[in-house]
Design a protein around this ligand. Structure first.
Ligand SMILES: [Zn+2]
Length: 55
């Protein structure tokens, strides 16, 4: 399992989404309409294309 990261759509700050995924199962997972709040307090909705793994 690996942490999925997103970049804040407001301030571009990268932060951990709090969602852990197996890299293989993420490829076929259906993710939509997930809200996350960045460390600066911006709450935005993120879709699958917004998530990525950090090596
Ligand atoms: Zn932000």
């Amino acid at each position: 399992m690996s942490m999925l990261y997103v970049k804040c759509k407001t301030c571009k700050l990268e932060f951990a989404s709090g969602m852990n995924f197996d890299k293989k199962s993420f490829e076929t997972a259906i993710l939509r309409g997930n809200y996350h709040t960045c460390p600066k307090g911006h709450t935005r909705q993120y879709e699958k294309k917004d998530y990525y793994f950090k090596e």
